[in-house]
Design a protein around this ligand. Structure first.
Ligand code: NAP
Length: 438
């Protein structure tokens, strides 16, 4: 029997399990280990709370748990409860599917002032990630600067301006909903260091901003490329996104409605303010021959009591595992770190692609594990459970998670799918008591 441990229960982890089941059927034992008591990683803690249809993919991951020889071990932190070397002794293969939970640093003067927050922390806060539930972002401001032209920037802008009615069917956590819906925010700047033809936005996500109840997306017409320039772009999605930006350029500020102002060709230079963020100094840019932003020397300031950088993420390193510090992910060759040690998803390739991109990624790792013909006896699950017992670690099972899940659903406000527990203690309490379980 092949014994595999997958570290991380997000999309990359579950697709790898699916790929392994396809390769080995009943000949594989798979243990999915997560440091949180709740499974599904990015789906629960990263995907926007108003994008519930995307979250429905967890049903597919759940199916992996049933029938196959797959077990979930939540609340088990590698490096704390369990060493990496120990794990590698226990299993034929260890797959790191740990995602990229850390913010890429902004690296400009003033970026440590209170009020400058990375997307991992801010999104984690409104999504109820226990690491960020106590973030307390300064939402007592009329202007917010969001840095980056990717979908995370759009998620953050949208969640900040949607009305309580628009968020009614979301699982935005109560603590965040109260703060966001009470905030005096009037203007959100979405800042790109390059231009409209270089955005990473996908058209569906950008188009959503055009249909908000109480906010208007605005683009300065002069910031757009000449009419038709997008015709030469290879990516049809990008062509469509530019079309949305052209529509936004036709809109005008509307009395009483908040504004989402796109600012292109602007590179953050410094966070302004005294003992908290009060604004952002930007330098106008142009594109060089390689299509990269270069400064023109012209600077301008925007007001912002809250600066949220949505400029990409990094994987957390693990002692003893080779790490590419520049790229912020594990050093690997097509997912292989060392014999018997693999990485997958964002931990392998960095924070790019959609959730579905992780499926082929996971399947490739399963094929690589098959090709490696790993042999010999390994203790696997029995060894893991013995170690956890010895160290008095309460590993949360999938049934325990279903009790947490049921309790969250039971305490949801009317119309919402769930009200998440935002502390590990409360999650474990629900797992133990079965409160709200069927
Ligand atoms: P992203 O798509 O890579 O966008 C990052 C943005 O940050 C780019 O515009 C980049 O500009 C900019 N940037 C990087 N470093 C910067 C710096 N030092 N100063 C100023 N700007 C900087 O990343 P993301 O938005 O974090 O998204 C991560 C992945 O998750 C993406 O694949 C995304 O599509 C996916 N996602 C999907 C959804 C969805 O489908 N609904 C939602 C959220 C996230 P340059 O182009 O100049 O480098």
């Amino acid at each position: 029997m092949l014994k595999v441990a997958i570290i991380g229960s997000g999309p990359a982890g579950y697709y790898t399990a699916e790929g392994l089941l396809k390769q080995f059927g009943s000949g594989v034992e798979i243990d999915i280990i997560d440091r949180l008591p709740t499974p599904f990683g990015l789906i629960r803690n990263g995907v926007a709370p108003d994008h519930q249809s995307i979250k429905a993919v967890t049903r597919r991951y759940e199916a992996t748990q049933i029938g196959g020889n797959v077990r979930f071990y939540g609340n088990v932190e590698i490096g704390d409860a369990l060493g990496m070397d120990e794990l590698r002794q226990l299993y034929h293969a260890v797959v790191l599917a740990t995602g990229a939970p850390q913010d890429r640093p902004l690296g400009i003067p003033g970026d440590h002032k209170p009020g400058v927050i990375g997307a991992a922390a801010f999104v984690g806060w409104y999504n109820g990630h226990p690491d960020h539930a106590n973030l307390n972002p300064p939402l007592d401001t009329e202007a917010v600067a969001i840095i980056g032209n990717g979908n995370v920037a759009l998620d953050v802008a949208r969640v900040l301006v949607k009305t309580p009615e628009e968020m009614a069917a979301s699982d935005l956590t109560r603590h965040a909903a109260e703060r966001i819906h009470d905030s005096p925010i009037r203007t959100i700047y979405v800042i790109g260091r390059r231009g409209p033809l270089q955005v990473h936005f996908t058209p569906k996500e950008l188009g959503e901003l055009g249909a908000l109840a109480e906010a208007v997306p605005l683009v300065e017409p002069g910031q757009l490329p000449p009419e038709g320039a997008e015709r030469y772009l290879d990516d049809p999605g990008l062509r469509k996104a530019v079309g949305h930006l052209r529509q936004f350029a036709q809109r005008r500020p509307e009395e009483g409605r908040r504004q989402i102002r796109f600012v292109f060709h602007a590179r953050p230079q410094a966070v302004l303010g005294g003992n908290r963020a009060e604004g952002l100094r930007l330098e106008r840019t142009r594109l060089d021959e390689a299509g990269q932003a270069v400064g023109t020397g012209e600077v301008f300031d925007l007001p912002a009591g809250l600066v949220i950088s949505c400029i990409g993420y990094r994987t957390l390193s693990i002692p003893g595992v080779p790490f590419d510090n520049e790229r912020g992910r594990f050093l690997n060759e097509d997912g292989v770190i060392a014999p018997g040690l693999y990485c997958v998803g964002w931990a392998r390739r960095g924070p790019t692609g959609t959730i579905g991109t992780n499926r082929p990624d996971g399947f490739v790792i399963a094929e690589k594990i098959a090709a490696a013909k790993l042999s010999g006896e390994r203790p696997g699950r029995a060894g893991l459970e013995a170690l956890l017992r010895e160290r008095d670690v309460w590993a949360v099972t999938f049934d325990d998670w279903k009790r947490i899940d049921a309790a969250e659903i039971a305490r949801a406000r009317i119309g919402a799918p769930r009200e998440k527990f935002v502390s590990v203690e409360d999650m474990l309490g629900a797992a133990a008591s079965g409160e709200g379980a069927e």
